[in-house]
Design a protein around this ligand. Structure first.
Ligand code: OSB
Ligand code: MG
Length: 372
């Protein structure tokens, strides 16, 4: 396998409903799709960076530059025996895991297509044929609106509810949700909105038997999470601060949390995601698959990832229609009434691309290498 062409496509897609976290409110996504080709076979990946550098340091424009100026020149024309050869070729680019991971995931899809295999099989997944799904519900304008959203998702069958929290939308709101829905699997995600000075406040969340509280402290912190975990009954789930398998091992060693959310982009692609998975599994730490408001390609890649054996908790991978009026793949991702998504048997990521729609929402494109 040898990449002879990389095409970057930036698409713009309005969300069905705004999505609010502790760091910002998003109405529309600008997403980079990475198309890689080798001998006439193509694979596709999706860059999961946001539109602003608020979740981590990356954003759509930084990812575009890194891919075009640093990643593409290092991988084009290089002989590859497997997609896992991509990670070491771009490893000395510091950070920018989502940009690197978007291309890396495209090469896994390419390899699966060359070998005529489903992607989930190529990565060693398929531990379950249906992956358990939860939903992530953003901060709403009012508590009744939040109740309504939760009702809708429970009626659709989703197995757990994650609610976003921030200072001013936390303990009181969680209490009301718990009173209204006493038995649901519930968790809260703070996206780094607190510090150790908030310990007493965060401890109040222990009253609501949450499954976990996700990334309460700084995006790059592990040590304070260990201090907080020692004083909380509720397990901490780490998201932002786990960017490598090495950091996962350090966090586990320090007891910084009991659960890890694995995001394909955040860790730089499938090779590192599998290593994080393995480190956690060896330590009996359960993992689940996080989401970044992906379009269909990223969503399909997440489904494959979530079929690895240690993805035992419901993840944030949900139906396309929760985000998009029309997705870029066919069929759209759908859930069963039991709140699962079934693996598909097709090659690669298992869905068809809607090329016509992708073309119609493309706002910029680059074909690499450039031929002037
Ligand atoms: O922290 O998990 C997060 C979305 C954007 C940025 C960060 C996060 C999220 C989500 C959404 O929670 C998950 C999804 O794609 O449904
Ligand atoms: Mg999170």
């Amino acid at each position: 396998m040898k990449l002879d062409r990389i095409v970057l496509h930036q698409i713009r897609m309005p969300l069905v409903h705004f999505f609010e976290t502790s760091f910002s409110r998003t109405y529309s996504r600008d997403i980079i799709l990475v198309e890689v080709s080798s001998d006439g076979v193509t694979g596709w990946g999706e860059v999961t960076a946001g539109e602003n550098p608020f979740y981590n340091e990356e954003w759509t424009t930084s990812a575009w530059s890194i891919l075009q100026d640093y990643v593409a020149p290092r991988v084009l024309g290089k002989p590859l025996s497997t997609a896992s050869d991509i990670f070491p070729l771009t490893e000395h680019i510091r950070g920018h895991n989502m940009a690197r991971g978007g291309l890396e995931a495209a090469v896994w899809d390419l390899e699966a297509r060359i070998k005529n295999l489903p992607l989930w099989q190529l990565i060693g997944g398929g531990a379950r044929r249906e992956i358990p799904c939860g939903v992530s519900i953003g901060i709403q304008d009012s508590v009744p609106q939040l109740f309504e959203k939760i009702e809708t998702e429970l009626a659709a069958g989703y197995q757990r509810i994650k609610m976003k929290i921030k200072p001013g939308w936390d303990v009181d709101v969680v209490r009301q949700v718990r009173e209204r829905f006493p038995t649901i699997k519930l968790m809260a995600d703070a996206n780094s909105a607190y510090t150790l000075a908030d310990i007493d406040h965060l401890r109040k969340l222990d009253d609501f038997y949450l499954m976990m509280i996700e990334q309460p402290l700084a995006h790059d912190d592990i040590i304070d999470h260990a201090v907080l975990q020692a004083q909380l009954q509720t397990p901490i789930c780490l998201d932002e601060c786990i960017r490598t398998a090495h950091q996962a091992a350090q966090a586990i060693r320090l007891h910084a949390g009991g659960i890890i959310n694995i995001k394909l982009g955040r860790v730089g692609g499938f090779a590192e995601a599998k290593r994080v998975h393995d480190v956690a599994q060896a330590a009996n730490i359960p993992v689940w698959c996080g989401g970044m408001l992906e379009a269909g390609i990223g969503r399909a890649h997440n489904i494959a990832l979530a079929s690895l054996p240690n993805f035992v908790l419901p993840g944030d991978v949900s139906a396309s229609k929760r985000y998009w009026k029309r997705d870029i793949i066919e069929p759209a991702v759908e859930t069963t009434p039991q709140g699962t998504i079934a693996l598909r048997d097709g090659v690669g990521f298992g869905y068809e691309l809607d090329h016509e729609y992708i073309r119609s929402i493309t706002v910029r494109q680059a074909v690499l290498p450039k031929t002037e």
